[in-house]
Every structure is written in structure tokens, then in C-alpha cells.
Design a protein around this ligand. Sequence first.
Ligand code: PRX
Length: 625
Amino acid sequence: MSIGYKSFHESSVKDPKGFWTEQAKLVDWHKPFEQVLDYSKPPFAKWFIGGQTNLCHNAVDRHLKDRAKQTALVAVSTETEQERAYTFEELHTEVNRMAAILQAHGVRKGDRVLIYMPMIAEACFAMLACARIGAIHSVVFGGFASHSLASRIDDAKPKMIITAEAGMRGGKAVPYKPLLDEAITLASSKPEKVLIVNRGLSEYSTVANRDIDYASEREKHLNTKVPVEWVDATHPSYILYTSGTTGKPKGVQRDTGGYAVALASSMRLIFGGNPGETMFTTSDIGWVVGHSYIIYGPLINGMATIMYEGTPLRPDAGIWWSLVEKYKVSVMFSAPTAVRVLKKQDPAFLSKYNLSTLRTLFLAGEPLDEPTASWIHDALKKPVVDNYWQTETGWPILAIQRGVEVMPHKFGSPGVPVYGYNMKLLDEATGAELGPDQKGVVAIEGPLPPGCMQTVWGDDQRFVKTYWETVPGKTVYSTFDWAIKDKDGYFFILGRTDDVINVAGHRLGTREIEESISSHANVAEVAVVGVEDQLKGQVAIGFVIAKDPAKVANMEAEVMKTVDSQLGAVARPARVYLVSALPKTRSGKIVRRALQAVAEGRDPGDISTMEDQSVLAQIKQVIGK
Ligand code: PRX
């Protein structure tokens, strides 16, 4: 039954308290909240004041009554050829064991636990175990290397780090433990304990009195029951680092009650998942999509979730669809990049499986181009729903909300504002609200709805300054995305206003990559920009001025190696060009927009503010455009 989008959205922003009181019924409360929203200190929004709940209880314990024997988690690895399903009861047992290990080693409510793990079931146990005892997890994507890890360790100051000795990609073991050891050496803050899940994939060394083995610890706690720690709705559940304009990643801090409510309602009204069904999200737990829609969202909604370790092409390009058939997936969530990869394969890989249970495919994380959307739509013959959001918001900002009203899709648009979000399209220079088809910055008027970031971990000032003070004359949340809005209220996202790039759906900061490249002994100056790429959406391209031009024989490879070892291959530029000068304004600022235009073979536009206009011509020559 259709509720009617317009009035539903209107009621959510005009009467947020009434609206969210209704949605809050979707989760269990140990103690009911007394106040729906405290917005006495804008832009800090506190939801469900006085209420107590727990994410692990809502994701696991709550379902034991009706669905103990139902599958909760399926961990599939096409790398190690292992596949294991856990019922809610079994998941409950494993989470209790993990929680007991954490407690036995001194982890308490409010302590941080850093999780640096591949896509294995134990990573899910670890996240839920933290939530169970009120510890704050900070998952770091397994593709990040030692320097990225070290800066996150120093910011979050975890008491414990949970890891595995290795992941596996494309049939090769990818060691995690040595990178973690290096990161701990680099970091000033040291964890007391490192818990290691040994998968038997690679050799590793251990540090006495610090490193502990998961399997033997688990044996000690096979039957230990750890009661749920009821926490205030505003208690932080996790920190997830994300890139921005500066080189220092921001710790996005999320609450507990608001997040549980936002996810529960999104599972019904946006994703249309029903308890007892299966959701398959192909992201990674290191990203926000993994937090919200591999772990918490589906489980809170009483659905089974699939964790997948491997590529979409091994053993062949039918692997994901075979899982859809086997586990009767009803809701699938992936990224345009993955679809572009599959599109290059024989369509028979898709048509040979029975996909009758699948209702909808959701895609997010980067712009969905028309050829990709049409191809997958024609191949599946199911609705393909683009949705736009950010690590900061934790759940969709723009989407066609099929559980509210099945509105028509428009190619190139993720749709209309999601309920709870009071969206504005504003002029960057004046802050004025824009009319149809005018380009502006996507902004959200406070209070942000439940589930969105509470603050930057340990730095309220940075939260206010970074997100709320960039549009002139207004205190509004900036998404740092350009967009236009058409006369029907559909948004079309046009790219970032800052230095964030999006490589195969992975959000990266060009400043972090520049800092890493600068550490190479022969780099005098560097600029990194995101350049359009057919498969990955964007790739990073580096422009480097060498200190000693006589020593540049292997410079490109060396610079790539530097980035690999510090940040991880995920941040490695696709090309590094040696140049003799960078385009700069008269005040010495690098004009990255012009570099990007030249690298994409576009006209750089107005370059009158540039100090030396011949620089771009030289760069064109170097890159052969
Ligand atoms: O630029 C937008 C782009 O990805 C950014 C957020 O990335 P991240 O924090 O990793 O969160 C991803 C959550 C899905 C946004 O600021 N982006 C995300 N989704 C879309 C998108 N751009 C266009 N269309 C989308 N659907």
C-alpha cells in the first residue's frame, strides 16, 4: 500500500518528534525514551534522550524468541572455498564467546576496539560483541596499509585490536598481521592486546604479553554468557574514519538508539526487506555500507545476511547470482563499479540462475551511469534503485523510497529526499536557495535525522567547522556534493566540491595520497586529482616534480610502491607523471581543477588567475593529450 511520498516526507521534517516516535517502535527499548529530540545546542542533535537500548540485542537476542533456528549469517569465501551458515542461536553463541574474550582482557563500556579484518564471520562477531558490551568499534578497511592504520590507532586509541593473520584476494594470501605490527610501531598510542584469528593462510610472528590467539581464547569461553549492556540511546556505537579535505581522516561518530531506529525504518521503507528473508550486500565491513547493510540493518530487521570474501569473477562471473539463487536473496545491494565489471562478461552467467526471489537491486556509492543502469535492469528485469548517501549519514539521503511510494525513476538521478532529511540546494557563493536546473551544493538543514553522525570523534569543533560553516550566512550541513534539482524535486549529483575522489566506490582523499607521495625522498612537489575512468568511475592520477631530475628512472614505480606500503593498494594512483611545474594561482595554490580537466582531455576553463599559463600546455604534452 502506498503511503504517498509527498505528505510522508513533509510530516517527517515538519514534525520530526512525532514522526520518529512512530519509527522508534520498530526497535526494542530496555527503557523508553523521555524526550525524542534535544536540539538545544545546534548543530548537535541528540535523539531519544533517556532511552536505553543495545544494537546487539536488537540485531541478535531479540530474534531468539521467533527465529532461533533461522539463518542469520552466511559467510562465503570463494578464496578459501569455505561456506558456513549460522542461525540466530549460533550467532548469539559466537557473539557471547567473543564478548567474553573482550571482557576477559579488560575491554569495558566506552573502550575502543579497532577491527582490522577480512570478510570473515569473526569480523561480524567482533562488531556485535563490541556493541553487546558497550565498547566502541572502529573498523578499518583491510585494504588500508600501516600508515592509514597508525593514524586511526592514534586517533581512536583502542584498548584492543582484533585482526586476522591474512585475507585472501584473487587466490593469493594478503598478510594483515605484519602491516598491523608496523602500524602499532608507528603509532604513539599502543593497544594493550591484539586478538588474532589465525586462518592458517600465512606465517606470522607474535608479541609476548600482547598478542592473543582467538581459537584458544574461544575454547575457554565456549559456554560463557555475557549479558547485554544497556546503554543510553546517545552512547557512541562506533567510529568510522572517512576522508575529507585535509590529510587527516575524520572519525565519524555514530550513536546507538538513533542508528538502530534509522536502520530499522530504512529496511522497511527503502530496502523493502522482510524478516525471514535474505539480504546480500557486496560491500566490505570497512565501509559504511558494510556497517549499515551487511551487519546491522538486515540483522535488526530479522533477515539473514551474506558476508562475501572474494571477487565477483571467481570462480566465474556467475558467483553472486548463484548465491542469490542458493540463499533465496530478496534484497541485493551493490555498487555501480561491480556492475560495470560484470557487464563485460557473458550475460549467460546471469541468466543461468533462478533469480525469482530477488525483488530489488540497490546501487550506491558513486554516480550510476545510464548504460550501467540499463544493462543491469534489462538483464535482471527487476527494479534497480540508485541511492545516495555518505559515511556521515549512515543511511540513504536520496532514493526512490519504494516502501513509501513507488515513484518513477529518472536516469542519472538517485531520486528524491529521503524522509527525515530537510534537503536544500544552495548557491555556493551566496547561500541562496536555488530553483530548478541550477547547480548548487547539496545541504541538509538541521537537525540531522536519527542515525547520522553525532560529531567528529574527539573534536566537536571540527564537526561544526567542517560540516556546518561552509555555506555563507547559513548553519546547514554540507554534503560537499554538487547537484541540480529538476522541477519534480529529483536531484542529480554532479560530483564533489572538495578533494574527495571516488575510486571503484571507495572514498579517498587526494590530500592523504599527496602526503604519502611527498614522503618519497625525491619528491619536491605533488598534486593528485581524480580522473574519470570507464570502469572505476574515477582513478587517482599523480603529478610530481622531482627534487633531483637526474634520479627519476624508476620514479613512477617507486611512488606507487610508497603509496602501496603506507596507505594500501586501494589508494595507489593509476599513473604518476613527472612534470617540471604545477599550475598555481598567484598566491601559490595548486589549481587542481585545471589539472583534472587537462587529464580528462577537457578545456580547463577560466585560467586567468593562474600564475604561469604555459604550465598546462607542458602538462598536456607530458600526458599526451
Ligand atoms: O560524492 C557522493 C558519492 O559518495 C560520497 C560518499 O561516499 P561514502 O562516504 O563512502 O559513502 C557511501 C555511501 C553509499 C558522496 O558524498 N555518492 C554516494 N552515493 C552516490 C554518490 N554519488 C552519486 N550517486 C550516488 N548514488
